[in-house]
Design a binder for this molecule. Sequence first.
Ligand code: GTQ
Length: 345
Amino acid sequence: MGETLGTLEELPQEYRDAMTAAGVAPLWPMMRNVLPHDRPNPVTKPGYWNYQALRPLLHRAGELTPVEKAERRVLVLSDPGRGAGAMQATASIYLGMQLLLPGEAAPAHVHTPSAVRIIVEGKGGYTVVDGERLPMEEGDLVLTPGGDWHDHGHDGDEPVVWLDALDLPLFYYLEGSYAVEGPLQAQRNRPDAGQVEYLSSGLVPSRKRGAGTRKYPMVRYPWTRTEAALRELIKYTDDTVAELDFVNPETGADVLPTMGFTAMMIPAGTKAAPPLQSSSGAFHVVKGRGKTTIDGETFDWGDKDTFTAPVFAKITHEAEEDSFLIRVHDRPLQEKLGYYEERAR
Ligand code: GTQ
């Protein structure tokens, strides 16, 4: 196998011009760009966003742009590898901080990409997904699967902020991304399914013959229960970290087709060094303090900060306080495509 492949420059100019005119290009000078040896060569760079730095910018957006004009009032977290203005945090994951002020409503729409909200701060916000009203409390994970109508509202008296994670870059790349607008939805007058049908882990409504279940039966995972589960697990697990996958309670599968989510507890004074993973990831600190080194870059993090890791990144977390993080990743997509892998560090 030759190590050096031919370059474009060594080809005669008239041949290069003739190829361009014919609408073709030689593969071999680009071969190692599109098929690097042994592992991918990501464009994505590790990223870190301090919430205290984002907060005033988000509030300024609240003063400058009414929600009716913005449709969604969001500051997008741009991958440093793609530079200013990038509408993505990794190759497949979009992240944005969204602000909703008391009394505001973000209009109803439906789109092909899926979204997940991780609630960052504020009380009184809610989202309506397919007619189901979902209260938003700090640390909650709320799904808006692609194809489900959703609008956001606010009954409280302080600004509400949440982190959006979407598989938008993937849909955009596939030229499959679009939205349809509609009127605000009627809300069913009952608590969400996570408070009723799926209140207790291991119990699901008894199946009536012939009756199907909803594809996304539970779309809100309340943080209070997630944190309680992590605090129990950490007492008995052999690992240094407690990590729980968010799953569809009817199937046990990842909550969405392309994106997966985990809740992590890293106890004070402990270190976590996961294997290299072919998935890219984003970490949101629900609460805690510590630092994480990603491919040699170290980020000190605290409450509500967010950071990202490219594919196959070498990641080491160290917590100073008991720390709770939500991890977003694209393993479900990679598994469907048949190439998810983990490697020893
Ligand atoms: O709340 O529906 O951050 O449609 C980007 C696109 C949020 C939303 C985003 C969206 C939304």
